[in-house]
Design a protein around this ligand. Structure first.
Ligand code: KIV
Ligand code: ZN
Length: 497
């Protein structure tokens, strides 16, 4: 079996999704889970873009041992300086630098020429090489770059020292055959190609990211850039779990990854929960329905022989059919075990607190799901908040005007107010606005049930606008009115300091 390198960019390209940003502690948690999953490279961030990103690259470099830690830059010296500085603690490090090579980028973004861009590509590769041996160069929008010119750029950067060359289909435009031909063209026409690895980086705008990635691999690429659950800006990136399971299911391809596929499901849940990004139920490999057979004919077939309708054994992706259901009677050990399966390690103190919350929730819900458990484990994200909800009482129904009374604790001081509105959430928010007298408007308000059943936990995502800036808030609660108010408070905590 030939080896395919897996480059995970969940924490860089994946994390660019508006409203899904992680803090450094959460990023470390994901990076450690990626290490356990067996990825070869973790793209940890874009250090020059913000102090937060810089710090995350530093901390992930300290927290992770085996995978190479990679930092993104533009073809700009100060970006490369920042990346080198952020990577100082990494045991294996890589700088990922590059520039747009398509006519759209050269003419409109840079108002430049092909020759000037070629010079900048060589210069930034050489500059990065001063700091690290392992330099990856990206030809942004390679998908729409003419193959002859692309080959000149790839050849020049390999000569300048690039160890990996990334061929991104930045806009998700290519057809699988076209993307595969591009990789083949480079493999056959670039002098010195054997000194570097070609990498795929496919976006999913037309739903072809995984197909394009596999086509690239079949034509000679030996690194794939992917994210957990395929998250990423717009329609997302290629999903790691799909590529890993395609290669595992099609042994005849003769290419394998280092991915421990049994860790796929836990990390999928972890990323979805930390980023508050639900996985679509019919998502391949990790969607809730990926292994659920509802038609009678299918159920009958699977019971007789699983392989009649299933090409993947759910156990191979970490879905354990025998997982013990968590209920109000489950003990701390069962909760701890489930958290460990989901990739979350808690100290005794934190486990006790989560267990308390777990029992309260279990009193309200028959069965506690993995999503519930992950939400409980992340609950203390609000502990440092200046504004906290003390109580909320709402009266609403048919033929009455909804009324809400609310109690807030603001930096230790208690405030109360009451108001009516055209619905229970409106009434509660009007009451809250009598206490916090800022100009703020809800721009987006999304309520989702996580699983099914009337006792389910509802998740609320909210965007609140204040002085021209949108602030994101999130909460989950079996009471959806409370979840809405908590999400609103989560958002305003980000600007009321
Ligand atoms: O999609 C893209 O082109 C990228 C590069 C910055 C690598 O993410
Ligand atoms: Zn990208």
């Amino acid at each position: 079996m030939e080896k395919l390198f897996v480059f995970d960019t969940t924490l860089r390209d994946g994390e660019q999704v508006p409203g899904c940003q992680l803090n450094t502690i959460e990023k470390i948690q994901v990076a450690q889970a990626l290490e356990n999953l067996g990825v070869d490279v973790i793209e940890a961030g874009f250090p020059v873009s913000s102090p937060g990103d810089f710090n995350s690259v530093v901390e992930i470099s300290k927290a992770v041992t085996w995978p190479t830690i990679c930092a993104l830059t533009r073809a700009v010296e100060k970006d490369i300086d920042a990346a080198a500085d952020a990577l100082k603690f990494a045991k294996h490090k890589r700088i990922h630098t590059g520039i747009g090579t398509s006519p759209y980028h050269i003419q409109y973004k840079f108002n430049s020429t092909q020759e000037e861009i070629l010079e900048r590509a060589i210069a930034c590769t050489k500059y990065a090489k001063r700091y690290v041996e392992d330099v990856e160069f990206y030809c942004e929008d390679a998908g729409r770059t003419d193959n002859e010119y692309l080959a000149r750029v790839v050849e020049a950067v390999i000569k300048a020292g690039a160890t990996v060359v990334n061929i991104p289909d930045t806009t998700g435009y290519c057809l699988p055959a076209e993307y595969g031909e591009k990789i083949r063209f480079l493999m056959e026409n670039v002098k010195g190609i054997e000194k570097a690895v070609l990498s795929t980086h496919c976006h999913n705008d037309l739903g072809m990211a995984t197909a394009n990635t596999i086509s690239g691999v079949l034509n000679g690429a030996r690194q794939v850039e992917v994210t957990i659950n395929g998250i990423g800006e717009r329609a997302g990136n290629t999903s790691l779990e799909e590529v890993a399971m395609i290669l595992k299911s099609h042994r005849e391809i003769g290419i394998d990854t280092n991915i421990n596929t049994r860790n796929i499901y836990p990390i999928s849940r972890m990323v979805s929960s930390l980023m508050n990004m639900p996985v679509q139920p019919n998502k391949a490999i990790v969607g809730r329905n990926a292994f659920a057979h509802s038609s009678g004919i299918h159920q009958d077939g699977v019971l007789k022989n699983r392989e009649s309708y299933e090409i993947i054994d759910p156990i191979d992706v970490g879905l354990d059919a025998n997982t013990i259901a968590l209920t109000a009677r489950s003990g701390r050990a069962a909760l701890k075990h489930r958290l460990q399966l989901l990739g979350v390690e808690l100290n005794q103190d934190k486990l006790d607190k989560v267990y308390e919350q777990f029992l309260l929730l279990a009193d309200r819900k028959k069965t506690i799901t993995d999503d519930d458990v992950l939400l409980l484990a992340g609950k203390d994200r609000t502990e440092s908040h200046r504004i906290k909800l003390e109580y909320l009482q709402v009266t609403s129904g048919v033929g009455v005007r909804p009324v809400a009374s609310i109690g807030l604790n603001i930096a230790g001081e208690k405030f109360e107010a009451a108001a009516s509105g055209n619905g229970p959430v409106d009434a509660a928010i009007k009451a809250l606005k009598q206490i916090i007298r800022r100009k703020m408007t809800i721009q987006e308000f999304l309520i989702q049930a996580i699983n099914r059943g009337s006792d389910d936990t509802g998740k609320v995502h909210m965007q609140v606008e204040h002085e021209g800036v949108n602030y994101y808030g999130f909460s989950a609660n079996t009471d959806i009115i409370a979840a809405a108010v908590e999400a609103y408070i989560d958002a305003i905590n980000k600007f009321v300091k």
